[in-house]
Design a protein around this ligand. Structure first.
Ligand code: PRT
Ligand code: ZN
Length: 284
C-alpha cells in the first residue's frame, strides 16, 4: 500500500514541498511536470495539483494527504483534518486600505466594497463583527482593485508587504496567520496511519534539526563548569580532553533562537575556537 500525497504542481509551495520530502530521505522517481510520481524508497505516491483543488481531492480520498496553505484549507472548508504544521509558506490574510486612509477597526468596513480571493473567510470576519459590506470575489491581482475603482478595500495574502506598498495600499487588520500544513482525510485505515506516522516522524526530525545547531568549542579546564552550565545539550554536553594540557573540547546542541546570546556568554566565559555546525536530522 502507498499513501497518496497531493502537492502543488507549480507555484510558491512546490519547491519547499519537494525539498521537505528530500530532507526526509524520500526520492521521487520521474519528472515533476507529470501529474503523478512515485517515491522510489518510501510507500508514497505524489499527485501534482493546483493548490485550490487539494482540499477537495483529500476530502474525497482521491489523495490521502496533502500539503497546502491554511488559507486554502479554511477558505475551502472541506472535511479534512490538519495533521501537521510544515513550517513554510508563511503569510497572513489581511485587509488593506489606501495608504492615506486610517483603518479605525472593523467598523471602518461598514458599507465598503471589498475585493478578495477569500470571500468565505472575509464574510466570516464581517459576520463576527456584525458588519455589512459588499464582497467582490476576484481570482488574481486583488491589489489593483482600489486603483481602478473596483473596490475600497482589499483582503489578500501578504508576506513582505511590498505588493501592497507598490499599489499605494497599507496593511490593516489580519484575519488569518497562515503556513503550509499537512491535511488528511477522515477515513484513514490503520495501515495508512502507520505510513503517515513514519512520514511525520521524519518531518519532525528535520524540523527539530533546523531549530538547533551543533556547537564545538575549546574550554580552559578552570572555566569548564561555567561553560557547561551555559550549554543545555540534549542530555549533557560531551567533554573530551585536548592534546594541550589544561584544555577540553566541549560538544553540545543549542537552539537556534538562543544562539547569539549563548555564543556571547561562552566567549565571555573563556571559550575559544567555537565551531557552529548545522544539524541534518535530530532523533530524540
Ligand atoms: O496555480 P495554483 O492555484 O496552484 O497557485 P496559486 O497562484 O493559487 O498560489 P501561489 O503559488 O501564489 O501560492 C500558494 C500558497 O503560498 C498560498 O495559498 C499561500 O498559502 C502561500 N503564500 C505565502 C503566498 C504568499 N506567501 C504570498 N505572498 N501566496 C501568495 N502570496 C502573494 C499575495 O497574494 C500577493 O499577491 O504574494 C503577494 C504579496 O507578497 P508580498 O511579499 O509582496 O507581501
Ligand atoms: Zn491557487
Amino acid at each position: 500500500m502507498r499513501l497518496k500525497l497531493a502537492i502543488q504542481k507549480s507555484g510558491r509551495l512546490n519547491e519547499d514541498s519537494m525539498r521537505l520530502l528530500k530532507e526526509c530521505g524520500i526520492d521521487i522517481g520521474n519528472g515533476v511536470n507529470k501529474l503523478k510520481a512515485d517515491a522510489t524508497n518510501f510507500p508514497l505516491e505524489l499527485f501534482f495539483l493546483r493548490d485550490d483543488d487539494i482540499p477537495q481531492y483529500v476530502e474525497d480520498g482521491v489523495a490521502d494527504i496533502g500539503f497546502v496553505g491554511e488559507n486554502v484549507v479554511y477558505e475551502k472548508a472541506k472535511k479534512v483534518e490538519v495533521a501537521y504544521e510544515l513550517g513554510f509558506g508563511k503569510c497572513r490574510l489581511s485587509f488593506a486600505v489606501r495608504k492615506n486612509e486610517e483603518f479605525t477597526g472593523p467598523a471602518f468596513l461598514e458599507g465598503k466594497k471589498i475585493a478578495t480571493s477569500y470571500p468565505v473567510l472575509v464574510q466570516r470576519y464581517l459576520d463576527e463583527h456584525k458588519i455589512n459590506a459588499e464582497v467582490h470575489e476576484i481570482s488574481g491581482s486583488v491589489e489593483i482593485a482600489p486603483g481602478i475603482g473596483l473596490a475600497d478595500v482589499v483582503c489578500d495574502l501578504v508576506s513582505s508587504g511590498s505588493t501592497l506598498f507598490m499599489n499605494g495600499l497599507k496593511e490593516a487588520d489580519t484575519i488569518l496567520k497562515s503556513q503550509a500544513v499537512l491535511i488528511k482525510h477522515k477515513n484513514f485505515s490503520a495501515e495508512q496511519q502507520q505510513i503517515l506516522e513514519r512520514l511525520l516522524f521524519r518531518m519532525e526530525s528535520v524540523k527539530k534539526a533546523k531549530k538547533n545547531k551543533y556547537v564545538l568549542l575549546n574550554a580552559p579546564n578552570d572555566q569548564l563548569e561555567k561553560i557547561i552550565a551555559l550549554l543545555p545539550g540534549m542530555k549533557s554536553p560531551t567533554v573530551l580532553p585536548l592534546a594541550s594540557p589544561g584544555w577540553s573540547s566541549v560538544h553540545s546542541v543549542i537552539a537556534e533562537s538562543d544562539f547569539w546570546e549563548i555564543i556571547e556568554q561562552l566567549k565571555n566565559a573563556g571559550a575559544e575556537g567555537i565551531l557552529v555546525i548545522p544539524i541534518e536530522k535530530m532523533i530524540l
